[in-house]
Design a protein around this ligand. Structure first.
Ligand code: TYD
Length: 155
């Protein structure tokens, strides 16, 4: 498996690690194929470097609707299009990028400090999320201006 290299940026005022979209990479997950179909495996501490503390999935997303619209302070996530497709817009308050997910054996690693919006869901899409911590509302930054300040503004 290809090694992942991170460039760590620190907010000089708060000493928090800042999100950087270049650290949010799409990784290929193992896929075992046979006549009866395919299986993809994600082990915490292996295919993803964090331990998986929580799994959730988004489905029945109506066409034209966007989800997300927040950042996390500490949470790491792997986002997979388990079925169908959708786009993830990632934003570190300086740069933005659109990542299209459409294969169940590829996942987007999202670090803390990344504002994300999920949109363009295909009919029947399932967005599977493997998360490094349990749900904690205090970990969310739901206001974009607060996020820009938290992430250190211009990097
Ligand atoms: P939210 O993360 O805001 O959804 P999205 O970013 O996909 O639009 O969560 C939507 C609601 O679900 C919110 O009221 C919090 C709740 N929720 C939980 O209770 N536990 C969880 O693990 C998650 C992800 C959400």
């Amino acid at each position: 498996m290809r090694p992942i290299t991170y460039v760590i940026l620190i907010n000089s005022k708060t000493m928090q690690i800042k999100g950087n979209i270049n650290n949010c990479v799409v990784i290929e997950l193992p896929k075992i194929i046979n006549r009866a179909g395919s299986i993809t495996i994600v082990n915490g501490g292996n295919e993803v470097f964090f331990q998986i503390e929580r799994v959730y999935y988004l489905y029945d997303v109506p066409g034209g609707v966007a989800r997300g619209g927040h950042a996390h302070r500490e949470l790491h996530q792997l986002i997979v299009a388990a079925s169908g497709s959708f786009d993830v817009i990632i934003d570190d308050a300086k740069n933005k990028k659109i990542i299209s997910l459409n294969k169940p054996n590829f996942g987007l690693l999202l670090t803390p400090g990344i504002w994300r919006e999920l949109e363009n869901f295909s009919s029947g899409a399932i967005c599977l999320v493997l998360a490094s911590t349990k749900y904690n509302e205090a970990d969310y930054i739901r206001d974009y201006n607060d996020f820009v300040i938290w992430n250190g503004g211009n990097q």
